[in-house]
Design a protein around this ligand. Structure first.
Ligand code: PEP
Ligand code: MG
Length: 576
């Protein structure tokens, strides 16, 4: 049966391929159909898994070490009871038969039902026993996953694969950077969640906030992903497939054409030079940066160097990574942002503490100032890299001059140490701040004179101004980059910086959105930093824009408060 699911488009393009369901915990299991003649075999597989899990628990029970805590035996006893109860060991058999689904899925469905019942229990002790049910299910699943099902779908070599996940963290995405996926879709996430940002960096179509896609799409099903419109078509018929193959072809042609602009200077029709820089996550991104025609790196998100590892990188490792980036585009600016962890970028080796609102908690510079030793290691590494090129240092989440002063004190300390150790660095390393907390945008005069440059982080500026979690799919529809409050903050920040002769850039996702290029140019922006994939399209718009001509309409947009009218005027701006 063919059907369509709508989500939020985060990375343009069309992909056609087979679904591969990704799970990062054993409780997220794949779902696929089995044929009638495979039912018996699947039931046997399930029974074998129960048997094996039971033997494991019994072996554990007969080998309890003498010094083990007394609860250990009771805990094993409880798990054996749960396993032996027919609710978990028999009911899934019925589900396999009637729903003709794989054993893992049947077990998962049964677990969900049990948990629902547990949640109704008033006694908190008994209610908490649901965690034991989950642990027993995990044990059975582990065995099941080791016994491959004959019914598991396979597809032809060469067929494109589309990753389908309930949720993906930035760290997961980093792993996928090296794998051949055509597209990815998730149930969770917003358009500027870090996962979405990484998808744009990979330049593969993707759609997020699909809510239940992971549960309804089955392993191996044919999918069309329209990353431009945020649409996923499951099991498309031949007519739809043909239509999308044509669209895909056109999209690829368009991309090829845009690539030819690589060496063309980004100059508007009225001869104004615009600086287009790239956002990167690691030195490996530099090949793409060079191919994109970017004239430097406007945002190096260094926190990705800290992910998927058990300990933080030391000074030497950081220095080598930064130097590699700087040397690979010698002579062009590289803006290295200090560690921005916390919120939707947790890092296993560095704890930012458990908190109810991580986006409002110990994040970015706040975390670094609470760990001055760690901060100084990074600042020393950046300073050391600064002797190899045009390095700038950018501090995230600044909200007061107090934070700048504290940061400067640590930078000065790092400089002093390096001088004493006879290690070279640029003593005039420019220091800038991200303007991404409304307080910083509103009180710019409070901080600007202490800074060499600023960069507007629209992703967080929108999140904090509109009070909308950028990675929460349930409020993603309210995340509005052209809300009058946002446009006013951006326009005022650009204006104030220019009046004070301070360089100002936008490095949030708005900078790479071709729908907003003219609006930002009209506001006076001359420096954009974005994922390299967006540079050609944004450049093409710049080449076709007379900035003086669009000023009047931009001013009108800045005075408009009605959302619909703002969108109409932006449309007019883009097509005028
Ligand atoms: C931003 O907030 O706009 C930004 C560029 O930083 P990040 O997306 O890494 O939070
Ligand atoms: Mg930010």
């Amino acid at each position: 049966m063919s059907y369509t699911i709508h989500g939020i488009a985060v990375s343009n393009g069309i992909a056609i391929g087979r679904a591969h369901l990704f799970s990062h915990t054993s409780i997220e299991v794949t779902h696929y159909s089995i044929n009638e003649d495979q039912i018996e075999q699947e039931i046997e597989r399930f029974k074998d898994a129960i048997h094996e899990a039971r033997s494991e628990l019994e072996t554990l029970q007969s080998n309890i070490p003498e010094n083990a805590p007394t609860e250990f035996s009771a805990f094993l006893q409880l798990h054996l009871m749960i396993l032996n109860d027919g609710t978990l060991s028999n009911e899934p058999i019925g589900l396999i038969k009637h729903q003709q689904c794989n054993a893992e899925w049947a077990l998962r469905l049964q677990m969900d039902q049990l948990i629902e019942q547990f949640q109704l229990i008033e006694d908190p002790y008994l209610r908490e026993r649901q965690a034991d049910v989950v642990q027993v299910v995990e044990r059975i699943l582990k065995v099941l996953l080791g016994k491959k099902s004959a019914a598991m779908p396979t597809w032809d070599q060469g067929e494109e694969i589309i990753l389908v996940a309930h949720d993906l963290g930035p760290a997961d995405m980093l792993v996928f950077k090296n794998q051949a996926f055509q597209a990815f879709i998730t149930d969770m996430g917003g358009a500027t969640s870090h996962t979405a940002i990484l998808a744009r960096g990979l330049s593969i179509p993707s759609v997020v906030a699909l809510h239940h896609a992971w549960h309804i799409i089955k392993e191996g099903e044919l999918l069309i992903i329209d990353g431009t419109c945020g649409v996923v078509i499951v099991n498309p018929d031949e007519t739809v497939l043909t239509e999308y193959r044509v669209k895909q072809e056109q999209w690829n042609e368009q991309k090829k054409k845009l690539k030819k602009l690589r060496l063309t200077p980004a100059k508007s029709l009225d001869n104004q030079d615009i600086l287009l820089l790239a956002n990167i996550e690691s030195p490996q991104d530099m090949d793409t940066v060079k191919k994109s025609g970017a004239l430097g790196v406007g945002l190096y998100r260094t926190e990705f160097l800290f992910m998927n590892r058990t300990s933080a990188p030391g000074e030497e490792e950081q220095f080598k990574a930064y130097r590699k980036v700087v040397e690979s585009i010698k002579g062009q600016p590289v803006i290295i942002r200090t560690l921005d962890i916390g919120a939707d970028k947790p890092i296993e080796s560095l704890s930012t503490g458990h908190t109810l609102n991580p986006a409002l908690g110990l994040r970015a510079v706040r975390y670094c100032l609470s760990e001055p030793h760690l901060f100084k290691i990074q600042l020393r590494a950046i300073l050391r890299a600064s002797q190899f090129g045009d390095v700038h240092c950018l501090i995230p989440m600044i909200s007061s001059n107090h934070e700048i002063k504290q940061t400067m004190a640590i930078i000065n300390q790092a400089k002093k140490e390096l001088s004493e150790e006879g290690i070279a660095f640029n003593p005039h390393l420019p220091i800038g701040a991200m303007i991404e907390v409304p307080a910083a945008a509103l009180a710019l005069p409070l901080i600007l004179d202490q800074l060499d440059f600023i960069s507007i982080g629209t992703n967080d500026l929108i999140q904090y101004t509109l009070a909308i979690d950028r990675s929460d799919d349930s409020v993603a529809h309210l995340y509005n980059p052209v809300h009058p409050a946002i446009l006013t903050l951006i326009a005022n920040t650009i204006n104030y910086a220019h009046r004070n002769n301070k360089p100002v850039a936008v490095c949030g996702e708005m900078a790479g959105d071709p729908q907003l290029t003219r609006l930002l140019l009209g506001m006076g922006l001359r420096e954009f930093s974005m994922h390299p994939a967006h540079i050609p399209e944004v450049k093409q718009i710049i080449l076709n824009t007379d900035i003086e001509n669009i000023r009047k309409l931009t001013k009108k947009i800045l005075k408009t408060y009605d959302f619909q009218r703002i969108n109409e005027l932006i449309n007019q701006l883009n097509h005028g």
